[in-house]
Design a protein around this ligand. Structure first.
Ligand SMILES: C[S@@+](CC[C@H](N)C(=O)[O-])C[C@H]1O[C@@H](n2cnc3c(N)ncnc32)[C@H](O)[C@@H]1O
Length: 217
């Protein structure tokens, strides 16, 4: 590795460290702004098979194995477990995972909660395969140089036809240089997956719900 490469590597490690510290500070300061405790209607519609509020209950997704990336304090992992899913949930921040474990225990929900990096899943005991991946604002904050590893980790763990339901902010929304995600990026990065749906979020700034499907081969 020449001097130039070393400098690049240092910059990327600094970037990762800065993101991690910022996230830890949010949890240390108390309840982070995103921690609403409410499962988004888009996940409810997928799992329970009806549009929120219409009570139809048709087309529920048969429960299987789910992996949540960036689970925070566990609201949605607990929701999935309560709906019959075998859930593993990962977050970078130990304080988030501790809170998620307490909440899961209180709720009586069987969720395997792992502190770790969604871009380094091989370091965790989470072999899969998974039928469903759920990501609520995790990927869109991951530094670009780690995103291929995120996609590869999910691809290796995807059951045939697995779904990835992801919510992300558009580029420029979070006020730093790299955060954000676009449909074009996901199409390019998730080789072998189909971007089956892109639905704009309801926020006053650009956000999106992406649904990707893994190949069936
Ligand atoms: C905006 S928060 C959303 C948390 C949770 N999904 C929710 O909606 O309450 C993003 C979460 O992803 C986690 N995160 C960010 N980068 C991560 C990574 N590389 N691996 C695992 N978790 C990560 C953060 O610690 C944080 O809890």
């Amino acid at each position: 590795m020449d001097k130039h490469d070393t400098a690049g590597t240092d910059t990327r490690l600094d970037e990762e460290e800065a993101v991690r510290r910022a996230l830890e500070n949010y949890y240390r300061a108390g309840k982070p702004p995103w921690d609403t405790g409410v499962t988004p209607p888009e996940l409810v519609a997928l799992i329970e098979g009806h549009e929120p509020g219409n009570g139809a209950g048709n087309g529920a997704l048969p429960p299987g194995r789910a992996l949540e990336l960036g689970c925070g304090t566990g609201t949605n992992a607990i929701y999935l477990a309560r709906h019959g899913w075998e859930v593993v949930a990962v977050d970078l921040v130990d304080r988030a995972i501790e809170q998620a474990r307490e909440r899961a225990a209180t709720a009586g929900a069987a969720v395997r909660l792992l502190q770790g990096d969604a871009t380094r899943l091989d370091e965790l005991d989470a072999p899969g395969p998974y039928d469903l991946f759920f990501d609520l604002s995790c990927y869109c904050g991951i530094p670009p140089h780690r995103r291929d590893a995120y996609a590869a980790g999910l691809t290796r763990r995807a059951a045939p036809g697995a779904r990835l339901l992801m919510f992300g902010y558009g580029p420029g929304t979070l006020g730093d240089t790299f955060a954000g995600v676009t449909a074009d990026e996901l199409r390019a990065r998730f080789a072998g997956w189909e971007l089956a749906d892109v639905t704009p979020g309801t926020n006053p700034f650009p956000t999106f719900w992406f649904t990707l499907r893994a190949g069936t081969a």
